[in-house]
Ligand binder design. Structure first.
Ligand SMILES: Cc1cc2nc3c(=O)[nH]c(=O)nc-3n(C[C@H](O)[C@H](O)[C@H](O)COP(=O)(O)OP(=O)(O)OC[C@H]3O[C@@H](n4cnc5c(N)ncnc54)[C@H](O)[C@@H]3O)c2cc1C
Length: 387
């Protein structure tokens, strides 16, 4: 038996013993920190995986990972998928700032922050967008002045997902106003629970309020929490976005395999006709979705270390976003009038939930960079077209 086969058997048996029933199948995933309560099974799952380094399996063991090779990591994901195990931990710590710190952080910064990300102790949020700086992010105006051993920050961020639950923020700030805009930006880490930070949740069309406006009035970040060099944050911030939009984190999110017949079942439940156009749309959608998942797995398997997203992985985010929107549209078309319920007795809870999910998917081609911006990136960096 090869070492990979042995690893698969050992993993299968460990998961059988240790993965609680409550984290199998669709459901919530721990996002870190202590401000959002999690159920007992999710907490147990997080604790057990943390002990094995399996919240961030390919990170080095010094920083809370398991140091798994790519081959072993793919086997672990496969075995988790087999039993429909949800990931033990998700969020901007493991998916965004963690991989970025691995690449750009000093040894001291890695040891200080990464283990607390890996064990889910700290929840993170992303302070990039501002009212005048979204797609044109480099126009950001939030100022940070270095005063002795600390930065003093003033300004405003917007659309900060989960800021109301976060313990720390990774934040892009302007540290030099006299140079071209890309050259005066720095990346800072700062604690959210301090007098200079105010968070105001924004209510969405779906009824949720998961992102916020964040205001800084002389908020403090320690000098030792500057990532990389002063005024050289732009390159690092783009790299962080690559981690957000592609590669390993998206693959890890997919450990619960969706039911491939879910849309057909929905059709049988709600439609008593034979709408061939709709059935055709469902089949075409299922084929595209399957092709996408296979492309994702192949791209990750071909990457050297699983950490470094290749340029072709830029297609992941826009494809995933558009597939999610299409799926929600198909569901709405399938259930017809029942899919338009907002509240009240005329609709089942599952129908109301579906309406909210449908509305909620509208954000998918805006968050993490709009569809147009993603296509610009693919045109320039993947296809080599003139900018
Ligand atoms: C659900 C959600 C969660 C988010 N979470 C966060 C978060 O946690 N942290 C954070 O910092 N930000 C977050 N954002 C903000 C997100 O990154 C921005 O909304 C996004 O970058 C677009 O910026 P904007 O909203 O200012 O739109 P704009 O940049 O004003 O764009 C408006 C329109 O113009 C188009 N456009 C702009 N420039 C170009 C161009 N060069 N070529 C072609 N078309 C162009 C855009 O595609 C868009 O259609 C979130 C957004 C959403 C919807």
């Amino acid at each position: 038996m090869t070492s990979l086969e042995e690893f698969r058997l050992a993993t299968r048996s460990w998961l059988k013993e240790n993965c609680p029933d409550g984290v199998r199948g669709p459901g919530p995933v721990a996002g870190g920190g202590s401000k959002v309560p999690i159920d007992a099974d999710s907490a147990l799952w997080l604790e057990r995986c943390t002990q094995r380094g399996w919240t961030v399996p390919i990170w080095p063991t010094d920083y809370g990972g398991a140091g798994l090779s790519m081959d072993k990591y793919l086997i672990l994901l496969d075995e988790m998928q087999r039993i429909k195990a949800r990931p033990p931990l998700a969020g901007q710590g493991v998916a965004m700032i963690g991989p970025t710190l691995l690449e750009y952080g000093s040894e001291e910064q890695k040891l200080r922050h990464l283990p607390k990300i890996a064990n889910g102790e700290v929840r993170w949020c992303q302070g990039y967008s501002e009212p005048g700086a979204g797609s044109d992010l480099a126009s950001l105006q939030t100022r940070a002045l270095l005063e002795g051993e600390q930065f003093v920050i003033s300004g405003q961020k917007i659309w900060t997902s989960g800021a109301q639950h976060a313990d720390w923020m990774f934040c892009l700030v302007r540290t030099d106003t006299k140079v071209p805009k890309h050259e005066g930006i720095s990346l800072l880490l700062l604690p959210m629970d301090q007098p200079g930070v105010t968070v105001r949740p924004i209510k969405l069309i779906s009824g949720d309020a998961f992102f916020c406006e964040t205001f800084f009035d002389d908020a403090i970040a320690r000098r030792e929490d500057l990532i990389g060099q002063l005024n050289r944050g732009w390159t690092i911030s783009k790299r962080l976005l690559q981690h957000e939009r592609s590669g390993i984190s998206i693959l890890a999110r997919g450990t619960t395999k969706p039911d491939p017949l879910a849309l057909q079942k929905l059709f049988k439940q709600f439609r008593h006709d034979t709408d061939h156009d709709l059935l055709d749309r469902i089949s075409r959608f299922e084929m595209r979705k399957r092709a996408f998942r296979l492309t994702q797995s192949r791209t990750i398997a071909e990457s050297d270390d699983g950490q470094t997203p290749g340029p072709q992985s830029s297609i992941f985010e826009p494809c995933a976003a558009n597939l999610e929107k299409e799926e929600a549209d198909i569901k709405a078309q399938t259930i017809g009038m029942n899919g338009l319920g907002w509240e009240g007795n005329g609709f089942a809870a599952s129908e109301i939930n579906m309406t909210r999910q449908w509305l909620s998917t509208k954000r998918r081609t805006i968050a993490r960079g709009t569809d147009e911006i993603q296509r610009n990136i693919i045109a320039k960096r993947v296809l080599g077209l003139p900018g």
